[in-house]
Design a protein around this ligand. Structure first.
Ligand SMILES: [Zn+2]
Length: 939
């Protein structure tokens, strides 16, 4: 045994210094690694027999020959898997026909990843034995298991009696003759199945790219998993296994080329189904619309280039909710099919369908299947199949379902036991027919029933894991900054490219792919271990500084002279104030345009007193504890505070098993602690009047600047917090004098309305909701929008908006959210309903002007004449032969607009989201349907 804290790559394992180890000896702690060198001799008595190695080194492991993984040992991931793992995952095949005194020598690279996946305990070497396999007896064992499982779910008395009789008779015989024992059961495997539904069985090994282990271990998990599945594919010619996430395939490609080539052959034979759609199985509540498009772009591109397959299915079994614009993003990316099981985790209301049509906010439709077994780790036994049959709501409309089976979460996939179960259910007495097959063929078949299937409109809200909108706030803030920084850089690089500079496509790809990796559904949502966040935060900071350096280079390429200018990376006209080296400037850049910095005009409307601040538009009054007790718009004297606004409260955020994931749905009914400012100061700074409030709670300190700019009815809350709580949730509560039955929420490239009621079971279950840059409560005459620069979790019930600022769970990261945070949210008081002004101010908060050390003469790169149509993306076409412009209609109305651009081009064509050309388009008359995303390529 040769231990190490971090993995030692394969290649020189024969040269390592090994020391002896005995059974029950500890070789490492959580995430420790070790190479094992195993020697043995097959005894003469086993000559001619089937010999395997039965190995338990107390961790997961790969058997290596040279630098290539040969086979693997994967342990049960968690207590649920324990029952499912069978015997197959600790067995390494040695020879079907042993020779007497044959030497066996193996090198094994192991890792200890905790007890059933949970990060505690020790890697303890248990045993490494050579064993003879009685293949006939093993086959009988699986026969017996299969019928026993069928018996466990058979309710008909006569059928039960018959099954019991078969089992008893065969068991009596098995000691004298395995053949006769199997012959008794054989008719049951060749009988009349239950034909009310049939199942396509696809092997699966859900691999979280980080969770209770760091990303580096995921790379090894991928190798182990693929080693298992290549072994399975060799043993069972009909076996079909599916895997998604090109990120892991790219790692194998670069580190185990023989294994990669074997996977390519497995795919050619139809035994490996590439399931995809996305670069990683990304969270779809938090990732931006453009990021989700890039997830699909890189995902599809990889499988097309490497495997020659065009993905048509989005495979997100385990993601914590699906936004209302996802159908449009999927459909326009060439993914008409969608698979998840996650809505079966709903805590309060059973999601009613298992096969259905899903209509997004723009009316785009995709076909969805939720495998009715409600599990992507099915053990594939007849008992599981019976559960799936009984649970399949649409089985009369579409009598076919998917069975997704294997060991997952930490990878591994199906073992021998799973596959032996599947192969025995082609024609099992009284049980639905189960056939190995691919998910895409299943979807192609499901299509024929789609007319009859029910429909679901809007988002797929998961009634669980609502804490993931907030946990690991620093990562969420980094993610949003990176998403926008990359988009801003692409716009600037496109302009520079038209002026002759090289477009840094390769570098952009590298940055995007890493940001997309951290959108994996256990990283961005906040449900991984400490190390995952320490590593990803450090990488985010590096990526941002690299982007910044590239942006500076582009700016200096574009600019000339000494006078500074500012770039407006949004689709809106801006009138902005900037503070540089303690001096304030103004700038008025057009959409995606540059403008010189101007001297600040004299300010007259800013006023403050001992308990209030004012600008030309609003007057804000504070209690002596810091919260706002009155916010009045001056033109009409309207009061926006029904009660207090911006009350900072620490709510009890009680321990739940899924601590980082879940918030107690009745948390708001428990007593909370209001933060009271112990000191404040008020001052005018350039175009702003500022009330600075100081708060303290135990070791937690919070300083908040409540800021009014001279020209707008918006109250900004610029917050610095050093947070040291446990099981507490810091929220900002706004009790508005506005009542509305619904709240408008910003989502990916659109918005949705959700109920503010708390009466029905569905309304109660949606006690926390995810929104991006704003939520808005409007009563028709007036409204208030709460904007933010990095937050997602909101509770909006009645007239209260409660913004979730910070949580403090202890599992799986006991340090989650402790430390310093800077963020800004803002309350925009407006007339009428939620409209383009709210959207503009939310973009302005998230996308500040970008300074250039020089003048750039470019009034506007791209603009439209409709405020409802947002220019979201400007980039070079990925193929390099034009410029891509992406727009969306933001208000849910039909719009006709014309496009103005200073880019030179000969031809304009519309493309899908993957930049495939659809046909020419007239840019002077662009027709948008409600919430339509439109992509135009200028050539
Ligand atoms: Zn997962």
């Amino acid at each position: 045994m040769h231990p190490s804290a971090e993995p030692i790559p394969p290649g020189n394992q024969a040269e390592l210094s090994y020391r002896p180890i005995h059974s029950k000896a500890v070789w490492g702690g959580v995430y420790d690694c070790a190479w094992f060198q195993l020697h043995g001799t097959i005894p003469a008595g086993a000559a001619g027999k089937h010999v395997v190695a039965h190995i338990n080194v107390g961790g997961e492991a790969v058997v290596y020959e040279g630098t290539e993984p040969q086979s693997a040992i994967t342990l049960p991931m968690n207590f649920m898997d324990r029952l499912q793992s069978g015997v197959g995952k600790t067995i390494i095949e040695i020879t079907k026909q042993a020779e007497a005194n044959q030497d066996v020598s193996l090198y094994i690279d192991a890792g200890y990843n905790g007890y059933y996946g949970y990060p505690f305990g020790w890697g303890i070497f248990q045993y490494a034995d050579l064993c003879v396999v009685d293949d006939d007896l093993l086959a009988y064992y699986y026969d017996y298991q299969c019928i026993a499982s069928l018996l466990s779910v058979t309710t008909d008395k006569n059928e039960r009696t018959s099954l019991e009789k078969h089992l008893n008779e065969s068991y009596t015989l098995h000691n004298s003759s395995t053949e006769k024992a199997r012959a008794i059961l054989k008719p049951l495997f060749d009988a009349q199945p239950d034909d009310s539904a049939a199942f396509t069985a696809i092997g699966h090994s859900h691999l979280d790219l980080a969770w209770l282990w760091p990303v580096r271990e995921t790379k090894r998990k991928a190798q182990r998993t693929f080693a298992n599945q290549l072994t399975n594919a060799g043993r069972y010619p009909n076996y079909v296994y599916g895997a998604s996430q090109p990120w892991q395939f790219e790692y194998i490609k670069n580190n185990a080329p023989q294994q990669y080539a074997a996977l390519q052959k497995m795919a050619e034979r139809g035994q490996l189904e590439l399931q995809g759609g996305m670069w990683v199985e990304a969270d779809t509540n938090l990732a931006s619309g453009e990021a989700l498009i890039r997830q699909i772009h890189y995902g599809k591109e990889f499988f097309r280039n490497e495997f020659g397959r065009e993905m048509k299915m989005c495979w997100l079994p385990d993601v914590f909710g699906y936004n209302g614009n996802l159908p449009q993003i999927l459909k326009k990316s060439g993914l008409p099919y969608f698979m998840t099981i996650k809505l079966s985790w709903n805590e309060h209301n059973r999601f009613p369908y298992r096969s259905f049509k899903w209509n997004g906010i723009d009316g785009s439709q995709v076909l969805v299947h939720m495998p009715p077994g409600d599990d992507y780790n099915s053990d594939a036994s007849p008992a599981c199949v019976r559960y799936a049959l009984n649970n399949y709501t649409e089985r009369d409309l579409a009598p076919e379902g998917l069975l997704v089976y294997g060991i997952g979460d930490g990878g591994g996939g199906p073992g021998e036991a799973h596959i032996e179960m599947v192969m025995r259910q082609r024609s099992l007495a009284g049980s639905p027919r189960v056939m190995p097959g691919s998910a895409i063929d299943f979807f192609g078949n499901l299509e024929q029933y789609s007319e009859k299937l029910p429909s679901h409109n809007g988002e797929l809200y998961l009634e669980k894991h609502q804490g993931t909108y907030t946990t690991q706030a620093a990562n969420k803030a980094f993610n949003r900054r990176c998403e926008y920084a990359l988009q801003d850089l692409e716009a600037l690089c496109t302009l520079a490219w038209q002026k002759g500079r090289d477009y840094p496509q390769d570098q952009l790809d590298v940055w995007w792919k890493e940001v997309l990796l951290y959108q994996f559904h256990d990283i961005l949502p906040g449900s991984s271990i400490t190390r995952v966040y320490e590593e990803s935060r450090a990488r985010y900071a590096t990526i941002l500084s690299e982007i910044d350096a590239e942006r500076t280079k582009v700016m200096s390429f574009l600019s000339s002279g000494k006078d500074e200018s500012a770039f407006n990376p949004t689709s809106f006209e801006r009138h902005e104030y900037l503070c540089k080296d303690d001096t304030w400037f103004a700038a008025d850049p057009a959409p995606y345009g540059f403008a010189p910095l101007k001297e600040l005009p004299p300010q007259t409307g800013l006023v403050f007193g001992v308990d209030h601040i004012e600008n030309e538009h609003i007057r804000v009054q504070f209690s002596d504890q810091g919260e706002i007790i009155s916010a009045i718009t001056k033109k009409d004297g309207a009061e926006y505070a029904e009660n207090q606004l911006n009350t900072l409260r620490l709510y009890h955020d009680k321990w739940l098993f899924f601590n980082a994931w879940d918030i107690d749905w009745k948390y708001y009914k428990k007593p909370s602690h209001k933060l009271k400012s112990y000191r404040h100061e008020t001052f005018i700074d350039g175009p702003t009047v500022v009330r600075r409030n100081y708060y303290k709670h135990g070791r937690t300190t919070l300083t908040q600047d409540v800021v009014l700019y001279t020209d707008r009815p918006i109250i900004y809350f610029k917050t610095n917090c050093n947070y040291h709580e446990t099981f507490k949730m810091l929220r900002a509560d706004f009790d508005l004098a506005i009542n509305s039955p619904f709240v408008t929420c910003d989502i990916q490239l659109g918005s949705i309305e959700r109920s503010t009621g708390d009466e029905t079971d569905v309304e109660k279950a949606q006690f926390e909701i995810c929104a991006h840059k704003y939520v808005d409560l409007s009563d028709g005459k007036r409204g208030a929008s709460l904007l933010n620069d990095s937050k997602y979790g909101h509770r909006v019930k009645g007239n209260r908006i409660s913004l979730n600022l910070l949580r403090s769970p202890i599992y799986p990261d006991k340090k989650a959210d402790r430390g310093s945070h800077s963020f800004t949210y803002a309350l925009f008081l407006h007339d009428g309903g939620c409209g383009t002004e709210t959207l503009m101010h939310s973009y302005v908060l998230n996308k500040p002007l970008i300074l250039a050390n020089g003048q750039i003469d470019m009034p506007s790169l791209v603009r439209t004449d409709s405020p409802a149509v947002v220019v979201e993306t400007i980039k070079r076409a990925h193929s390099g032969d034009g410029i891509i412009l992406r727009f969306y209609e933001s208000q849910g109305i039909s719009s006709i607009c014309s496009l103005e651009t200073t880019f030179s081009f000969k031809d304009a064509v519309e493309t899908d989201l993957m930049e495939n050309e659809l046909g020419s388009i007239e840019i002077n008359k662009l027709d948008f349907t409600p919430f339509e995303i439109k992509t135009i390529k200028l050539k």
